[in-house]
Design a protein around this ligand. Structure first.
Ligand SMILES: Nc1ncnc2c1ncn2[C@@H]1O[C@H](COP(=O)(O)OP(=O)(O)O)[C@@H](O)[C@H]1O
Ligand SMILES: [Mg+2]
Length: 432
């Protein structure tokens, strides 16, 4: 992040600069502007405390979470102060597109969505600023996860033998609409080093949540469920992290299909709580090979998307599980049991677990929380709210921390979690 030269008067190339001398033609890039940009990067890079906005939208495609935070230091010295959270819902037509069969989208639709979602992400950042009373010039960087369209962690395509991932919401659009330096597209660097490009949040858990004497599982329940196990006084090599399987995705899918799209979630777990779990159907669902596969592993809509929910309902009808409440209860219990069994098979053998801290939208589903407490007793089951981070803010905050590491010139993946050959600096930068 070095500058090519020093700032001089407009149009004058100062020592060490390689740019053209500006002639003042409209639209021409002046050396002064170029130097301004590089010194902006340089200045942000040197700071020890930064105001950052993290932007996140997960596989639920419920909308964009924007978190404003103040981050000081880096690596194990990093500390984050949460300042503000806001969310912007996707318009229903866009959500339907994102939750539909993405293989049917044309290149044109993907390209247009990339820009439109960039606009929506920028809007979420601006709303976060307006609500918190800050201005764009107060903010050092926006760190955006983007919206995942596809994620293929293995090179297992018959014709195109490559891994691939695509997070849209163009970062140049975000930078231009907000006037704030924007970092995004975190996953490809890890995948280029043979990693799965996921999960990325465990590195942040390691930096911020490791406890000297307590063993902790950080359990996120977004569309997908994913965990980070932090043994007491964790070192990077001792961390276990992987996707457990469905979080809210299958419950959302089933509810949406059973209500003809009228409802998109089992609000407050009401349907699940009033139904009965169909044991035989549940065991059949838990027989899915993903649950047996040892970590590292990651999954998404490809395995547990709307097609999966459709076939779950068909199988339910075949085995005589027909009431709406019972089907939703069984789908919800699939999340609970896939999580609890993953702990028993892959986490408890690794070390002590004193606390499970649940985050993401699933922490607001009382059915999940009640069942975790019953199944995991005497382990303490908490939410992120209990440790001072709003449940809905955690993942957006995590991307602010990953961006902060990039700005500090530090690597920000956790190879033990992603399977990458080495630690790399993930993320790309768009200047305003
Ligand atoms: N009050 C609630 N009751 C039940 N489920 C909820 C509630 N609030 C949120 N959720 C669930 O959380 C999901 C969104 O969680 P989120 O962490 O934003 O996921 P993602 O990271 O995939 O966007 C919703 O789709 C819904 O299923
Ligand atoms: Mg969400």
């Amino acid at each position: 992040m070095g500058t090519a030269g020093t700032t001089g008067p407009k149009g004058v190339v100062t020592k060490g600069m390689t740019g053209r001398v500006a002639t003042g033609q409209p639209g021409e890039v002046t050396t002064c502007e170029r130097t301004g940009m590089t010194s902006l990067l340089n200045a942000v890079g040197k700071k020890d405390a930064r105001l950052l906005i993290g932007l996140m939208s997960g596989t639920s495609a419920d909308g964009v979470d924007a978190v404003l935070c103040k981050v000081t230091g880096s690596e194990k010295g990093a500390r984050a102060e949460f300042l503000h959270l806001t969310s912007v819902e996707y318009p229903p037509s866009i959500r339907r597109l994102l939750l539909g069969d993405l293989r049917l989208l044309s290149c044109e639709e993907v390209a247009r969505l990339n820009f439109l979602i960039g606009d929506i992400f920028a809007g979420a950042a601006l709303k976060c600023l307006a609500e918190s009373g800050f201005k764009p010039e107060d903010i050092d960087a926006i760190c955006s996860h983007g919206q995942t369209l596809v994620h293929f962690p293995e090179p297992d395509h018959p014709v195109i033998p490559s891994r691939a991932t695509l997070q849209i919401g163009d970062i140049s659009v975000i930078a231009q609409k907000t006037g704030v330096l924007t970092i995004g597209d975190f996953r490809p660097a890890d995948m280029a080093q043979g990693g799965q490009g996921a999960p990325l949040v465990p590195y942040v858990d390691y930096l911020l949540i490791t406890h000297p004497t307590l063993g902790r599982i950080m359990q996120n329940l977004g569309g997908i469920g994913n965990l980070t196990y932090l043994p007491p006084d964790a070192s990077p090599d001792s961390i276990v992290a992987f996707d457990t399987g469905p979080g809210n995705m299958v419950v959302d899918g089933v509810v949406s299909l059973l209500t003809g799209g009228q409802e998109t979630m089992d609000k407050d777990g009401r349907l699940a709580s009033s139904g009965c779990v169909h044991r035989r159907l549940l065991e059949h669902l838990l027989d899915h090979p993903y649950f047996r596969k040892p970590p590292p592993k990651s999954t998404g809509r490809e395995l547990f998307g709307i097609q999966y929910s459709k076939s779950l309902i068909e199988t339910a009808h075949q085995v005589g599980c027909v009431s709406r409440e019972d089907i939703v209860a069984t789908a919800a219990e699939l999340t609970v049991q896939s999580v609890v069994r993953a702990y028993r098979d892959f986490v408890f053998p690794k070390g002590p677990v004193d606390e499970v801290i649940v985050g993401g939208g699933g922490a607001r589903n009382p059915y999940f929380m009640r069942r975790f407490r019953q199944e995991l007793h005497p382990v303490k089951v908490l939410t992120h709210d209990d440790i001072g981070i709003p449940d809905q803010a955690k993942e957006a905050l995590a991307f602010a921390i990953l961006g902060n590491e990039l700005l500090s010139g530090r690597t920000n993946n956790l190879p033990t979690a992603t399977g990458a050959e080495k630690a790399v600096v993930m993320g790309k930068i768009a200047l305003p």
